[in-house]
Design a protein around this ligand. Structure first.
Ligand SMILES: Nc1nc2c(ncn2[C@@H]2O[C@H](COP(=O)(O)OP(=O)(O)OP(=O)(O)O)[C@@H](O)[C@H]2O)c(=O)[nH]1
Ligand SMILES: [Mg+2]
Ligand SMILES: [Zn+2]
Length: 400
């Protein structure tokens, strides 16, 4: 593997000088040890291809030292990381200090994160810090623990893929839309497997009632229909995470966009069209147009993490109707003068959508209660440990 040139402070290709401009090109006094113009622009190009922007220039500034360099997580598999850096890809592990300092797992690096790394002359780099995230797609970890799991960071678009086969489910899509809006990235919906569906137009119309203006595209990886239209929506330099249930064709779709069979795909179960969780890691791949796509494992159950603003956006139509309800705190259950109920009665709103909103609100309240009690437990443990160390210190003083 090619190890980087050690770059002195101020010589790092993407480090801006005080005036905010790119560093001056190296002058004629340059020695053979220093990077040349070509090296600088090649390194800078590689980071740009990974999505480096002015934001990373700013966020990396506190980490510019002799030994730290930036990288982006381009592959993540059970806490094993591959990084893209200015001088090529490398494997990396998380520094013990970073693990120790992290409040919880959501602060540890995930796919898409920009990180500061330390490289000794060993093959594996050490991740010393995670740069601030511009956006993050999160959920509650599967199972009983009350913890946030960040699925991907620094993404511009969440491409929600739903199959037009047995996977088609509007209520699940509503839930995905909430987490997508909450992430800070823009959602885009892809209805895949159009080749196995007889009522594409009706289904698209139904989906558009819940995507509220977010783009909806129809594709078939079997026939290639819609792939060009999807490509046109993907901008160079943007990071797009492809998300959805297992078996909807996320990896197949990325392969179609790449034009090769790079990612492994797997047949769905006969009978219910459910996938077999073929993809088990997260990986970022670049299209020739410069878009960065993240493939990820199929989501078994999407339990929401804190999603207040995501809920407001995903159910913006109901929020707008609610302004007309007689009572400010109308819950749209059975209060008189409820504009939301009136919309349902007149066929303008699907009652299943309101039911789903009520269910998700209930889930959010339950999550808040669990978060409160875990916070209390954590505070209790901290107080206990402070008390113990204070007592130990006192005992030591007594023995002097
Ligand atoms: N008929 C049809 N089959 C498709 C289409 N797209 C994908 N498939 C098939 O659906 C199956 C699942 O595709 P994958 O790409 O592995 O699905 P995935 O979403 O990546 O699944 P996980 O990795 O398990 O999350 C494969 O057999 C694909 O060939 C399509 O547009 N039409
Ligand atoms: Mg896959
Ligand atoms: Zn109401």
């Amino acid at each position: 593997m090619f190890l980087p040139h050690r770059q002195n402070k101020g010589e790092f290709p993407l480090n801006r000088n005080a005036s905010g401009s790119r560093p001056e090109p190296a002058d004629s006094k340059q020695t053979s040890q220093q990077p040349t113009d070509n090296h600088l622009s090649a390194a800078s190009n590689r980071l740009n291809q990974l999505g480096w922007t002015h934001n990373q220039d700013r966020d990396f500034a506190p980490f510019v030292t002799e030994t730290l360099e930036p990288g982006r997580i381009i592959r993540e598999s059970r806490q094993r990381y591959t990084l893209g850096t200015a001088t090529g890809d490398c494997e990396a592990q998380v520094a013990g200090r970073l693990i120790h300092r992290a409040g919880d797992a959501s602060e540890l690096p995930v796919i898409g994160d920009w990180v500061a790394i330390h490289r000794a002359e060993s093959l594996e780099a050490t991740i010393s810090a995670v740069l601030p995230r511009a956006s993050k797609l999160s959920r509650k970890v599967a199972g009983r623990r009350t913890e946030e799991q960040v699925i991907a960071a620094n993404v511009d678009t969440i491409l929600l893929v739903m199959g037009l086969d047995g996977d088609y489910n509007l209520r699940r899509l509503e839930r995905f839309m909430v987490s997508a809006w909450e992430s800070g990235a823009q959602p885009m919906v892809v209805l895949n497997k159009a080749d196995v569906c007889n009522d594409v137009a009706d289904r698209r119309a139904a989906v558009e009632t819940i995507t509220l203006g977010a783009p909806v595209l129809i594709t078939s990886c079997s026939s290639g229909d819609g792939i060009e239209e999807l490509l046109e929506q993907l901008q160079p330099g943007q990071t797009v995470v492809v998300s959805g249930s297992s078996g909807v064709g996320k990896s197949t779709l990325i392969n179609c966009l790449l034009g090769n069979e790079r990612l492994r795909t797997g047949a769905v179960r006969e009978g219910d069209d459910r996938g077999r969780h073929t993809t088990t890691h997260r990986e970022l791949v670049a299209l020739t147009n410069g878009t960065l796509l993240i493939d990820s494992p199929g989501i078994r159950e999407l339990q929401l993490w804190n999603a207040e603003s995501g809920m407001d956006q995903a159910f913006g139509d109901i929020q707008s109707l609610a302004i007309e309800c007689r009572f400010n705190d109308c819950t749209h259950h059975n209060e008189p003068g409820c504009a939301v109920r009136q919309a349902i009665d007149s066929g303008r709103l699907d009652s299943a959508r309101l039911r789903n909103l009520h269910n998700l609100e209930k889930e959010q309240r339950a999550l808040e209660l669990r978060q409160d009690s875990s916070a209390r437990r954590r505070a209790g443990k901290q107080a206990q440990s402070m008390f113990r160390s204070a007592k130990r210190a006192k005992d030591r003083r007594k023995t002097w």
